[in-house]
Design a protein around this ligand. Structure first.
Ligand code: ADP
Ligand code: MG
Length: 242
């Protein structure tokens, strides 16, 4: 902690220790259900360095999504700390968290979460519009991203006219358009047939290997987990590495 730098303007502590992109220190997450607090994560610590690929596995209801949502700043731990790129963001304001999410993290969900009335291209452009880009510039960047995931010919289709695998490619393009250091995916192949799941897995792995995107993927798919550098298992609220 000797090198910790306190930024008085934003009240955040920057700790340039190792090169961890994600650092979780003794995270606990308890849900209040009625009068019974239900502990889901207990003292979870984890360090992920830039460029790594990690699978998170565990039985249904074990807390995988809870963990990924905390890493993705969609949820906050009950106690413990989360640092992204050395910056303690646990108690940052909602605005600061939203900015970090927009600039550092891409998120892919099992159910794609595309806006149904927008074309593939406009869905992909959205994160840049939130950043304040002009529509034309955002669309040009979206076109490049759509080409990168192999969907150039479908750019103007709405989600309902695309297959599941194509929708997930659009969601991946949308997650990547902001050039995030970190790509998080929660069961990204859970709604896809096995052939399509394989294609999406290859795409995610090539983004990691060729472009250095750090990858954290929640999966039930053993084959997918085996292809990641690290395999983390959530069990009884704790994290084990195999
Ligand atoms: P997984 O993704 O591994 O299937 P989750 O992280 O979604 O598991 O859920 C872990 C546990 O926390 C489950 O028992 C679930 O019922 C509970 N849980 C998840 N979200 C909430 C919530 N918002 N309120 C109360 N309990 C929740
Ligand atoms: Mg889940």
């Amino acid at each position: 902690m000797d090198d910790a730098v306190f930024n008085e303007e934003n009240g955040q502590l920057t700790i340039p220790t190792d090169r961890s992109l994600i650092q979780l220190n003794e995270i606990c997450r308890t849900y209040d259900v009625g009068t019974d607090p239900q502990p889901v994560l207990h003292q979870v610590s984890l360090s992920v360095t830039r460029g790594q690929s990690c699978a998170i596995v565990g039985s249904s209801g074990s807390g995988k999504s809870t963990l990924l949502n905390i890493i993705g700043l969609l949820d906050q731990p009950t106690s413990g700390h989360i640092l992204l790129d050395g910056q303690d963001i646990t108690h940052a304001s909602p605005e600061a968290r939203a900015i970090t999410r927009n600039q550092t993290i891409g998120f892919v969900f099992q159910s794609f979460n595309l806006l149904p009335r927008l074309s593939a291209l406009d869905n992909v452009a959205l994160p840049l519009l939130y950043r304040g880009y002009e529509r034309q510039a955002a669309r040009r960047a979206a076109q490049r991203e759509i080409e990168r995931v192999g969907l150039a010919k479908r750019a103007h289709y709405i989600p309902a006219d695309l297959s599941g695998g194509q929708r997930q490619r659009v969601a991946i393009a949308r997650a990547l358009i902001g050039k995030p250091a970190l790509l998080l995916a929660d069961e990204p192949t859970g709604n896809l047939d096995s052939g399509t799941a394989k294609e999406i897995l290859s795409l995610l792995l090539s983004l990691n290997r060729e472009q250095g995107v750090t990858l954290v993927v929640v999966t039930h798919d053993e084959r997918m987990a085996q292809q990641m550098q690290r395999c983390l298992r959530v069990e009884d609220g704790r994290l084990h590495e195999s």
